[in-house]
Design a protein around this ligand. Sequence first.
Ligand SMILES: C[S@@+](CC[C@H](N)C(=O)[O-])C[C@H]1O[C@@H](n2cnc3c(N)ncnc32)[C@H](O)[C@@H]1O
Length: 246
Amino acid sequence: MKIDVLTLFPEIFQCFFQWSIIGRAMNKELVSLNSINIRDFSKDKHKKVDDYPYGGGPGMVMQPEPIYEAINNVKTDCSKVIYLSPKGIPYTQSVANRLSKETHLILLSGHYEGIDNRVIENYVDEEISIGDYVLTGGEIPALVLVDSIVRLIPGVLSSEDSYMEESHYNGLLEYPQYTRPREFKGHIVPSILLSGNHKEIEEWRLYESLKLTYLNRPDLIEKLNLTKEEEEILEEIYTELKTNNK
Ligand SMILES: C[S@@+](CC[C@H](N)C(=O)[O-])C[C@H]1O[C@@H](n2cnc3c(N)ncnc32)[C@H](O)[C@@H]1O
């Protein structure tokens, strides 16, 4: 897979692309990541890329031509162009899963008041938001997409780091995790995890996973097609919480 990020601040990406899991994926040639400066495609002698909004209003808008040229410079028949925008569809794990199967992503980061809408209408395939808040630029959203997509590419995570048990993969939040020491400042690890009984550990994890999802994200529970076993566990959880007045 190849991901090109179009931005006014390509330096922000260079460090990130070199480190940890993302850096290793690059070194193993499982992914090719590039950050490209939209300003390089400005025909203005001062490399200006923005102008006042038609109709008035605060701030500046990124002009269409440098963005159009930057897209065309990297676009091929198998590219998908994504504009990071607070007006886009919400970014979720299922969108990340879908995008991880693409061959070439072009991530367009806006700045100022955003970009000229003619780019969105004519040259963008999808508009994606990372949340209901406004950031200064699309660089952090682009990093969020790169990170969450690259870790799904086969071979990037080792089998021990598998993403399949992680939060959101199967619609639930992940069960609580613990490591050494067994006791920390008087707080002990749940004894079941030290029992060596894998079946009981699996059951405990499913219970905790359902409980955490019910408490923190009941909206996710509503979207699930629960198995009979999971429905029974949820009943147990309701009883436990009622008993403990939660
Ligand atoms: C200050 S924002 C522009 C906000 C725009 N005027 C609006 O009200 O929708 C500048 C840039 O940051 C990026 N951005 C800001 N918030 C975002 C979010 N929640 N998700 C994705 N991109 C975002 C977009 O690329 C946007 O063009």
